[in-house]
Write a protein that binds this ligand. Structure first.
Ligand code: NAI
Length: 381
């Protein structure tokens, strides 16, 4: 794809603003878009996920980069504003766009051709904005493409969450009781890999269909009030807030480990935990111990931020290649069809998924069958 972008320059003359977790894999997406002819403006999307060496390397290569590890909310806003003030013609993000964030400032710039949203949480906001008639330009739902959520969310999150937890704690997962909150695409992966590591897995859900799925997949399904008493390790991955809340902490076992893999740091209510704790201390790098008035200590990983990114290297490149291929192809799609697209959300066309899957299969050396004309007729395709 990089070769193709270098030759055909699908983004020539466009300014692309990217809000990403700046690390090696997203850096390559930035480079490919630049090869495609775009002037790149890059900002971070989470205070702990920015890797400063990567941001510096991109800046040294001539890109406009506004990101720093450990940025405060004010610094984040101050750093993302220049990105939007550069009057981007295309916007791509792996972070959520909220009506109070990026989009409001970008609204002023009506030459924006469109944007691509990579994560589930961001798409929730976009759908709400679309319903309210607030979207001023087309937004591609990158997360909902098959080549994104079926692989990145399930296999990527499933593996990298455990990599993050294991390298941060250096504990054994086998034999532990693991509570996975949310059985969506990410939760399925996290639960599947926990089971593979030898854990006994409990799932909490609010969606009845997904709860049945978890049950049929062999996991114990419990409400959080029950699961809170049982877990040794908790992973929230819902996109919701206050999933593990103040009332749950006193019920938990001494030494329980709390982590989050959902987009924002609101799933484990760390603020409430900090308030109720008699004391807290750094137990180990990226692990905070909170001593409760009942004498039990709970450990929070990476301040309750995305554990796989804030406490690890994120997903392997072998899975992100597909997600970022969807990003790059969607940006190209917006550029190609700029005259005919209208404001609102746009599903990634099947042809993009199909082309990426075929390319991925060829890199894996896997060949598949092709329908004959008779079969196509039989199937009506
Ligand atoms: P999804 O929509 O497929 O699944 C979320 C699940 O959580 C749903 O089944 C929903 O019913 C459930 N849920 C919602 N509120 C709940 C609550 N209070 N208690 C229990 N269950 C609840 O979403 P997906 O794709 O699994 O993403 C989940 C989160 O993970 C999002 O915030 C997304 O942005 C983030 N994400 C994180 C990644 C990472 O690298 N850590 C990668 C991809 C997505």
């Amino acid at each position: 794809m990089a070769e193709d972008f270098r030759e055909t320059k699908p983004l020539a003359g466009l300014r692309v603003a990217l809000s990403v977790h700046p690390e090696a894999k997203t850096a390559w997406l930035c480079r490919v878009m630049e090869m495609g002819g775009a002037e790149m403006h890059v900002t971070g999307s989470n205070p702990l996920s920015t890797q400063d060496d990567v941001a510096a390397a991109l800046a040294a290569g001539g890109m406009h980069v506004c990101a720093v590890h450990g940025a405060t909310a004010e610094q984040y806003r101050a750093r993302s504003t220049p990105c939007s003030k550069r009057r981007p013609t295309s916007l791509s993000t792996t972070a959520a766009i909220s009506s109070t964030g990026c989009t409001r400032s970008i609204r002023a710039y009506l030459q924006v051709i469109g944007g691509c949203e990579e994560t589930t949480t961001g798409i929730l906001r976009l759908l709400a904005m679309d319903r309210a008639g607030e979207l001023r330009f087309p937004m591609m739902l990158v997360n909902d493409a098959d080549c994104k959520h079926l692989f990145d969310n399930r296999y990527g999150t499933g593996q990298s969450v455990w990599d993050g937890i294991m390298r941060t704690t250096n504990l054994i997962v086998a034999g532990k009781e693991v509570v996975v909150c949310g059985y969506g695409w990410c939760g399925k992966g996290v639960a599947m890999r926990a089971h593979g590591l030898g854990a006994r897995v409990i799932v909490t859900e609010v969606d009845p269909v997904r709860a049945i799925e978890a049950h049929m997949d062999g996991f114990t399904v419990l409400p959080m009030d029950e699961a809170a008493k049982r877990g040794d390790i908790f992973v929230t991955v819902t996109g919701c807030d206050d999933v593990i809340s103040a009332r749950h902490f006193p019920m938990m076992k001494d030494g329980a480990i709390l982590s989050n893999a959902g987009h924002f740091d609101v799933e484990v209510n760390v603020a409430a935990l900090r308030k109720m704790a008699a004391e807290h201390y750094e137990a180990r790098h990226n692990i905070e111990g909170y001593v409760l008035p009942n004498g039990k200590t709970l450990f929070v990983l990476a301040e309750g931020r995305l554990v796989n990114l804030a406490s690890g290297d994120g997903h392997p490149a072998e899975i992100m290649d597909m997600s970022f291929a969807v990003q790059a192809m969607s940006a190209k799609y917006l550029a190609d069809r700029r005259a005919e697209l209208h404001p609102g959300v746009i599903r990634v066309p099947h042809e993009i998924d199909d082309a990426i899957a075929r390319k991925k299969l060829s890199t894996l050396g896997i060949t598949i069958d092709t329908l004959t004309d008779e079969q196509k007729k039989y199937l009506g395709v």
